[in-house]
Ligand binder design. Structure first.
Ligand code: PMV
Length: 360
């Protein structure tokens, strides 16, 4: 599949070498993307909070080759050390995007990357990493085609990031990003993420996300394998319809600031994602005993205090604790005194909603 709107004509003769850098954040989905079609197209719509603290910083240096390479010429360094095991993923990414960036074969690329969160934290760096790399590549395209409008730049960056890792297309902008064409969200598309275009109640401004690192190991189920489990899943169709309906519902919630409804929707989405994994073939349980301990503690604390604390989960055991800024003091005290004990080595990350990637 070729998407003509992102095929740009460029004259690369004038460019020889240089370097560009971007810092790009991770994101946490409220309505989860789970299931994909060919060309990294989502089988359901999703919406996420862009994060601020969990970020990848990538410097992309480029040097013109004497003659275009047959494959791609690049090296990847994490924290200054060569990472050959990252290279197949980048190679696959370059293959997927080469039609859209015809200069990819003409340069040797040095990709120097580092994460603000520890590599072995169980936090996936694919969203922040792929979006940072997509933005660096777009900055090279921009040098070749300075007339390119900013709107196109960010749209294409999100489009390219999606081809690296689906949810990465939601990491370019902030504070809320929708991915997947939805009748209630104007401008939404399966091809790229769009900034949520409607009114957001003050309750959701600077929302807090304390990430409890329950299991810092490698992912038990890779994203690709996980998404593929939805291909012949008995409940797939119902799940996709539920996600669509939840996106309509969250639009109302975001406008009215109804935290009770927000909590019910977000927690249900997290548990449904895990429910899908528990009911697929093969089946998986990605939560750990401490994940459940934390969830039960959150529920008990909420019942006791009436404070609007809730959780969400990615495809793993770590827990994202979400709460409004106005209640941050008492909720953070609770997290420190009651929840941190369930984290591996007591590790957690204090994050919050952010506004997207930054050029350095
Ligand atoms: O971007 P991927 O292919 O790694 O998929 C991410 C899927 C979830 O994190 C589980 C949900 C989401 O919408 O981010």
């Amino acid at each position: 599949m070729i998407v003509p709107q992102f095929l740009t004509k460029i004259d690369e003769k004038q460019l020889h070498n240089g370097a560009v850098s971007w810092s790009s954040p991770s994101n946490i989905a409220l309505v989860k993307y789970w299931g994909k079609k060919a060309f990294q197209m989502p089988r359901n719509q999703s919406i996420s909070f862009t994060l601020e603290v969990c970020r990848t910083t990538t410097k992309l240096s480029f040097n013109k080759l004497d003659k275009p390479s047959k494959g791609f010429s690049f090296e990847v360094l994490l924290d200054g050390k060569r990472k050959t095991n990252f290279e197949p993923k980048i190679e696959q990414f370059f293959k997927r995007i080469e039609n859209y960036l015809p200069f990819l074969n003409d340069f040797h690329f040095k990709i120097e990357t580092s994460n603000s969160f520890p590599h072995s934290s169980g936090i996936a760096s694919s969203a922040s990493g792929m979006s940072a790399l997509a933005l660096c590549l777009m900055s090279i395209e921009k040098q070749l085609n300075p007339e390119e409008p900013d709107t196109f730049f960010y749209k294409k960056a999100s489009f390219l990031a999606r081809l690296g890792s689906g949810s990465a297309c939601r990491s370019i902008d902030g504070d809320l990003v929708v991915w997947g064409e939805h009748p209630d969200i104007e401008g939404s598309s399966d091809l790229f993420g769009v900034k949520y275009p409607y009114k957001i109640h003050d309750h959701f401004k600077n929302y807090q996300d304390t990430i409890l690192l329950v299991d810092k190991g490698e992912k038990q189920v890779s994203s690709t394998l996980g998404h593929n489990l939805m291909n012949d899943h008995l409940y797939a169709q119902t799940r996709f319809e539920q996600a669509k309906a939840n996106l309509s519902k969250i639009k109302t919630i975001l406008e009215t600031g109804n935290l009770e409804d927000f909590i019910a929707l977000v927690e249900s989405e997290a548990l449904t994602l895990h429910g899908m994994m528990m009911t697929s073939r093969p089946y998986f349980i990605l939560m750990k005993p401490n994940t459940l301990e934390i969830i039960n503690k959150i529920w008990a604390f909420r019942k006791q205090t009436g404070l609007p604390i809730c959780f969400t989960l990615d495809a793993g055991a770590n827990v994202h604790v979400l709460y409004p800024e106005r209640d941050a003091a008492s909720i953070y005290e609770f997290i420190k005194s009651e929840l941190v004990a369930y984290c591996q080595n007591g590790h957690y990350i204090c994050d919050r909603v952010g506004f997207g990637a930054k050029q350095l």
